[in-house]
Design a protein around this ligand. Sequence first.
Ligand code: TMP
Length: 249
Amino acid sequence: MTSKKKKLYEGKAKVLYSTDNSYCVIQHFKDEATAFNAKKKETIEGKGVLNNFLSEFFMQKLNSINIPTHFIKRLNMREQLVEKCEIIPLEVVVRNIAAGSLSKRLGIQEGTRLARPIVEFYYKDDSLNDPLVTESQITTFEWASETELGEIFEIALRTNDFLSGLLLAVDLTLVDFKIEIGRSLKSEGDKLIIADEISPDTCRLWDSKTKKRLDKDVFRLNKGSIAVAYTEVANRFDLLPKNVKSAVK
Ligand code: TMP
């Protein structure tokens, strides 16, 4: 049995605990939802459970096609065992369709399909509101090396292709998403893995036919219940045990 030792870090949506194994940590998904750098905040019953199952599903699929992630195994309804890594302080965003901050910043109508996927980097610092940064800033300030940046681009675009197909098969369009990347501690820092979570908190997912939003924009824009929206995503992949299906109705 894997047991929690001490709390290492508490973020807005998750808590990390150490374990007996120095290479593994337990990632606990909370029910808190935040937006706009936590200016909007709410507890949504069942959100942690939903994201635990959804992130397990996406990360496991990526592992199976040799895009390495931190995911090892799900432990219970809210927790998973993940590989400990050194997080690169960047939010890596890939966009297929204009939405959110891209539409706002550049005045591109939401819903416009992009000629090719756009990769953007944001520096992870809440006190600065996670600013958009350039590749040259990333290498100059040594947040990541040039070699790592090349690898991050490749991971981001492969992940985009794979997840776009996986989601389209259940009539969901992957509009954009954010991933975080870490340096594996097992291989002296030269292997990069996807860390954090992949869930409707970190992706924009639209129903392919109706364009209905099934992601955190439902919360950001006050468009209904994210528990209902995330449950719909999970049910399209049949991920939830019977009792959970009704618990987060
Ligand atoms: P944006 O359009 O607000 O820049 O968001 C781009 C994508 O990144 C979108 O799928 C939501 C995700 N995202 C996060 O996961 N965390 C964040 O803090 C922000 C701002 C966006």
